[in-house]
Every structure is written in C-alpha cells, then in structure tokens.
Design a protein around this ligand. Structure first.
Ligand code: SAM
Length: 271
C-alpha cells in the first residue's frame, strides 16, 4: 500500500503548485484573498452554521475550503499528506490572517497525529477516492467526532465515476463500479482544474467506493444518517460535454445529453 500512497503523494505535491497558481478560475483564490469565503454552492447550503464549532477538514489540500470555513466562524484543523499542500495552507493562513492549524500526515495515521475531538468532520470533493479502506476511514471519522458532532461528506458520485465519454460523445461504462481492493491506475498528465501544465508525476492510484459501501461504512462506525442527497452538479469537468452551470465553480451535464447524479452528500451524526 505504501507504494500507492507514495505515488499519490508525489502527484499531489506537484499538483499543489499548479492549483495555487491556477488561471482557470477552478480555485477561487483571488476571491478568497479579497476577503470572501469560497465554498461552492452545495456545501455552502448544506453545511449549516459552523460558528464556534471545532471543525476537522480531512484531506484539506492547500486549505482554501478550510480557511473559508474559518471565515464562517469555525475553529479549523486541516490534515493532508502532501507536504506542499500543508506548506501552502499554512502560508495562506498567515497571508490572510485567517487562523487555522494544518497537520501533515496520512489519513490513516490521523488518530496518532491529532488530539481531541471535533464538532464537525468535513470531507469534500475528491477525497475518499484516494483511500483504499473506506470502513477504516469511517472509523477514523467517528473517532474524531464528539457526541452530537457530525460528518459532512460531499463527493463525486461513484456511479458516474465509472463512466467515460466516448469519441462519439456518448457516456459509456468504462471503469468497474464494483472495483474490489485493487486500485485503478491512471496516468493523466493534467489536473482537473483545466490548466495546461503537465505533471511529471502523473501516475496515481484510486479506489471507487460504491455508494452503499460508503453509507454502510458510516453506519458501521456507529454514526446515524441525517441525510443522503444526490446532485446534478460537480466541482470539476469530468466529461468534455459538461457545461458551466453558471453557479460558481459547478459543472453539469447539458439536458440534451442526459441527467445523472454527478455528486452525493451525506450528513451523519454521533449520537
Ligand atoms: C482533491 S483534493 C481535496 C480537495 C479539497 N476538498 C479541497 O478543499 O480543496 C485531495 C487531497 O487529498 C490528499 N490526500 C490523498 N490521499 C491522502 C491520504 N492517504 N492521506 C491524507 N491526504 C491525502 C491530497 O494530498 C489532496 O490534497
């Protein structure tokens, strides 16, 4: 497993520089620097009031959402295994004056790295696909939640992650939805922001977790499901046919193509 994590970390370390300097608008860093909080519309509407809450953002990347949640009044801690991501997050916190604690480490080591418990564990957009063991992930989430606290998870929908757009434009099954323990390997040389910069460390390893596995992992970890929602928008352009929804950074399928659940979100509480 270590070799998969090492390859993924190399890719993410390199992607951070591209994302921080992105010119496509995929990350709304200029707006953040101007004083805005830049959560995308789905999480913005669903996360609820985080004022005064202790919030743990797992796989926080360079901290843009973490610090946006701090601007909403939460006391934030972010964790990521990419040294470049954590370095950039700390720099963004210092530059903006928005307080946040950023911890370097693998998600699976988080209980050894972070003390205390949290009112909210926040996980969004392209996080759990980097994790081989979704049950252990849910146990770690539950470990960090204080009684009455909740997990907020927002992710690309695994059913559409199994599709690909064919040359004739149709969306067709391509990756196995029921993948099993082996990762799928990809060598995509550019990242999801649409920037043209090429990655040297393109090779990476991902796991598609069926929706039922995610929900059952959360329930199996002792959390109670508050809601499960499906969405017709996604935070990145998964297929070339997708169009800007005009709703900040969201992408959707044009109605003439079809209508599919592109993302799902869930809230689950520790009673
Ligand atoms: C797509 S980003 C998540 C985006 C995030 N929602 C945000 O606020 O920008 C995925 C992040 O997961 C991190 N990551 C991947 N595998 C990890 C692991 N095993 N442990 C900790 N972080 C990991 C990467 O370094 C990367 O920053």
């Amino acid at each position: 497993m270590e070799e998969y994590f090492a390859a993924n970390r190399r890719r993410w370390d390199e992607a951070v520089g591209i994302h921080v300097n992105s010119t496509t608008g995929a990350y709304r860093l200029p707006q953040f620097r101007a004083g805005a909080e830049v959560l995308a519309p789905i999480e913005s509407a669903e996360i609820g009031d985080v004022t005064g809450r202790r919030l743990l953002h797992l796989q926080c990347h360079f901290g843009l959402d973490t610090l946006s949640l701090a601007r909403r009044g939460a006391t934030v801690t972010g964790l990521d295994f990419s040294p470049k991501a954590v370095e950039a997050a700390r720099a963004l916190s210092a530059e903006s004056g928005v307080p946040g604690t950023f911890v370097l480490g693998n998600l699976y080591d988080a209980p050894d790295l972070i003390d205390g418990s949290f009112d909210v564990v926040y996980v969004t957009w392209g996080a759990i696909n980097w994790l081989p063991d979704i049950r252990r992930w849910a146990e770690i989430v539950a470990h960090f939640l204080a009684p009455g606290g909740y997990l907020y998870l927002l992710e690309g929908h695994p059913a559409v992650m199994a599709l690909e757009q064919a040359e004739d434009g149709r969306l067709v099954p391509h990756y196995p939805y029921f993948q099993g323990p082996e990762p799928f390997v990809s060598d995509e040389e550019t990242t999801y922001t649409g920037d043209t910069a090429r990655l040297v460390n393109a090779r990476c390893y991902e796991w598609i977790h069926p929706l039922s596995d995610v929900v059952n992992a959360v329930l199996g970890a002792g959390l109670a499901l508050d809601f499960l929602n499906e969405h017709d928008r996604l935070a990145w352009k998964l297929f070339p046919c997708m169009v800007d929804s005009g709703d900040r950074i969201m992408e959707r399928l044009p109605p003439e193509v079809t209508s599919l659940p592109l993302a799902f979100s869930l809230k689950a509480s520790k009673r």
